[in-house]
Design a protein around this ligand. Sequence first.
Ligand code: XIL
Length: 350
Amino acid sequence: MRPLTIIRRSLVTLLIVATAALSPGCDSVDAPPDDLTLRDLAERNNLQIGTAVEASEVADRTYADLIRTEFNSLTAGNAMKFGPLRPTINTFDWTNADAIVDFAESHRMEVRGHTLLWHSQNPSWLINQPWSRAQMIEMMRQHITTVVGRYRGRVSAWDVVNEAFNEDGTLRSTIWLTRIGPEYIEMAFDFANQADPDARLFINEYSAEGRGPKSDAVFNLVSDLRQRGVPVHGVGMQMHVSTSWAPPAADVAWNMNRLRELGVEVHITEMDVRMPLPVTDAKLQQQAQIYREMLDVCLEALNCTSFTIWGFTDLHSWIPDHFPGQGAALIFDEALNPKPAYDALRRALE
Ligand code: XIL
């Protein structure tokens, strides 16, 4: 733990003890347990609290200590995507994915597998060849069977299909849709289920957390798949939001509830709250509030079982590269000090 954190926590503990001593009849058992990490508190709530990581981070002591103490679930930020895993048609490269799964296992953490099929980060050998429909299906089958099979019993949930929809709720024109047809989705779930019948299988999406055509499209697809016996068990809500916009908490609660009625689980899979730079105290407070609201919604929903943040330190975040002028989206700052958002998550869990 960082010295600053230790000092901060010790001061708060001192304050709590002093207050308790000064107020006769005040039971110190009620005092907030300030030495508990997010992981400790999440485990009391039966919640998985996760972060996305790179293999280089779990190999680095500075980050690894924080990751294992604060989180009980890991997602590979890139290492399990099609391109990084299968750079050429004849080679799988398991180095980074294995390192993340091994780290998780040795620290009793869950692993969310991310992601089997996506429109992005696919290898050029897959995109650029004019594969026939039958060949594409075979490539998909091989990929899913090999990857899910390798981590059978070790990855508890898979994002089987990622970002399948356009904003208007129509299916996104990916290599999978255009070369196989809309049935690629149910095929993927069937292949994954055959490779690991115990893994929980998710469809993962962004900007579909609250109300709107995309959220309806996810709901309708899951409803249809389940009616037809396709093994889909959950919906991943990415939750990449910003201090300027986040879905109303009530809408997210409403959406989680209608998914519960379908009998499916919900995971918050990639939360971050970006802000226009520079950082100000007001923006940090606003950010903390949004993190807290979404965790509160998840804790209140009976079917929301996992809350993952897309990284943990502002030093390593995808936001500055993908949203120019924005950043500071995570719960630890660039020096690994906890931000107001970290404290807000702790308070929600307490
Ligand atoms: C991002 C990674 O964090 C970046 O390092 C990479 O350059 C691009 O992809 N939605 C997803 C994630 O499902 O896989 C994306 O991850 C972020 C958006």
